[in-house]
Structures are given as C-alpha cells and as structure tokens.
Design a protein around this ligand. Sequence first.
Ligand SMILES: *Cc1c(COP(=O)(O)O)cnc(C)c1O
Length: 413
Amino acid sequence: MVTTDGTDRYSRIDASGIRDLEERFLFATYSRYDLFISHGSGAYIFDLEGNRYLDMLGGIAVNSLGYNHPRIVRVLTEQGRNIIHCSNLFYHAFQGQLAERLCRVSGMARVFFTNSGTEAIEAALKIARAYGHIHGGPGKSRILTLRNSFHGRTYGALSITAQEKYQAPFRPLVPEVDVVQELTTDCLEAAFSDKVCAMVLEPIQGEGGIVPIPVPFLQAARELCNRHQTLLVFDEIQSGMGRTGKYFAFQHYGVEPDLLAIAKSIAAGYPLGAVLGHARVAESLKAGEHGTTFGGGPLACRLALEVMDIIEEEGLLRNVTDLGRHLAGGLRALAARHDDIGEVRGLGLMIGAELGGTTKEVVARLLRKGFIANAAHDTVLRLLPPFIIRREQVDEFLGALDVILSGMEDEAG
Ligand SMILES: *Cc1c(COP(=O)(O)O)cnc(C)c1O
C-alpha cells in the first residue's frame, strides 16, 4: 500500500541509500542536484528532511498546475480505479474528446497521441516524409532545422537537434537534414528547395536558452514552405499548452504551422504527447503506418481533459500573462542594478535571463535558499514556473535573486 506518511516500505529509504543504489545500478546519464524529493504541494516541492522549495522550473515545464492539484488527484484515483490502459485495438471514451478539444484550441484538424515530446517529433518527421513522397516524389525528403534547436534524443529527433554536444557521440544520424545556421531570411531562402519536405522549429527555443524566433523569420518560413510544398512543423512541446499565456506560442505571432508537436504539461505530469495536423496533411498516414502501445490511453487522456478544464475554469492563461509580465519586469528591474544580468527574454511564464558564466553558481545558490531554477545553454537562467504561481511567490524569488547577486558582487570585490 502506497502512503504519503513514509510508512510504505519503498518510501522508507534515506538519501544516502537512494544515491548509493543509483550510483551502482543506473546508467550514469543524469548529473543530479543533491535534492531528494519527498512530495509536492501547490508550487512547492519538499525534500526528505521536510525542506520546502519553490519550483520556478515547474518540473521542466511539466507541472503547470503545480503539485497535487486536488482535481488531478481525484481524476487520477477515480480513472485509475476504472481503467488505466486498454491498447489502441479498442475505443475508449476520452481519446476522441481530447482530440476534438485540442483541435478546437489549436485550429488543427487531426491528432496522433504519443507518450512523450520526442515521439511527437518522430511522428511529425514520418508524416512529413510520407507527405513529401506523395506530393513530390521519392526525392522530396530533406528536413530543415535551426541551429541550437532541441527536439529530443531518439534518432530522428536527435538528427534535427542541431547541437554538437547531443549529436557527436551518436553519428551517423538520419540523413538529409540541413541546418539553417542564422536566423535571417537570406540564410533560410538559401536552404530551401523543392526537395525539402519539412522545416521544424521551436517558435521559442527552450533548451537553446529561451530564444524567441523573430516574427519576420517565422513569416518567411511560412511563405517559403507554401512556395515549395513544404510542411512547417512547430515544436511547442515546451512553449505550448498555455505556457506563454495563449494555448500556443504561434498564436501570438499569426503564423500557423501544418504540424504541431506538444507534450510536457498536457497531462499534468502523466506521460502524454501529441502531434496535430491539418486535414490535408493527416491524409498522408494510412492505417497501420504508425502506432504506439501506450499513446493516448484512457488515464492519460482523461487527465489531459481535466488539465484543459482547470486551465479554462480557473482562468490560468490570464495568470500566466499577468505574472509573466510581473516576473520579466522584476528581472529587468534587477538587470538595471546588477551587471551580471543581461537580456531578459520570453513570453508568459517561459522566461530566460542572460547571466553569463555565473549562471550555474546562481542556480546552486538559489537551490540552497529554497528556489528551483536551471541553467539553459549554460548561460541563461531559465524559469518555467507553474501557472498557479502567486504574485507573492514571484516576489520572494526576485528578492532571493537580488540578495544572491549582491552577495556575489561583494565577494568579487
Ligand atoms: C522537452 C522537449 C522535447 C522532448 O520531449 P520529451 O518528452 O523529453 O521526449 C522536444 N522538444 C522540446 C522543445 C522540448 O522542450
């Protein structure tokens, strides 16, 4: 029996026991902070000693409703009792309802459900090649991506993740990928031809350091895709599902994709992803050409429906917009007083502040003071707090950051 009071036999382990087992039995893929999580509540998580941390990173853009939202806990429990999984051989109540709902808020026509963001990207790449072959013959298979992009770690997604540190150990990659090296329309035009079946981009690059793609560049990408019968694929795995104050970042820019990949916060922390597409695009996948065991299961879809109800009924997009402005404004005010802070970028509650070489030290000191953030692209303090965060909590964070930066300036003399 799982309990939250530490009497469950698997929960009785202490920090050194946890670390010891991981060091002996896990592939060493993660370098973890010295934080041993016990549980979460609202915008806070708690460690095994009962210390409280304000999660300004939202479990990397996943916990948009914070932790243990009562409505999510109720749906998890009740749906868990009914049925968790039933395979994609059969119908269940929630996949169609969720697909309809996602189409309504995105302007797309059809949905394929996956278990993760990476898999949504993989599905998009397969759809794009199938579409290209149908409309332009076997040679229409090249894929364009941007420098500093991040789309995931499996071979297709990795092959369009144009960052050396992720790709280097794993070559050869999937062929026929071209990287657009500069965010200029000249560079973009030079990369296009009738052989390009898809151009993939994050409207706001996340892992790349919270970098919004300039609107003229997005518009040029849309025009070039139209001219060359190329699918424009937006990866909104991090920026989507309300993170920017609208359901999708592209809705701020007036540039629409043909395919849209989403995941992260869609089911409140239960794994679920999706690729959405226009009707004309969706026709290129026939029965049996793609599939997954878990994707779109009853529990995941029921949770995602609840997430959308909560976002709409609790007016959370409004909170994202208001508190995003407050947080970015507060960071800019700090930047005026602290030389260490450079540019502050982002939209809604997807915010990055350039901190240069001090970023990692600032992140470590924030953690010691009870605030979780992270360093994206080494030099950018990345903030992705839950949508339910309150103004006082944002102010506490800004206050702590102010004290930390002042302390580091004093130490530097
Ligand atoms: C997190 C992320 C992915 C990968 O998603 P997973 O769920 O980790 O597979 C892909 N693209 C972007 C923009 C992301 O932020």
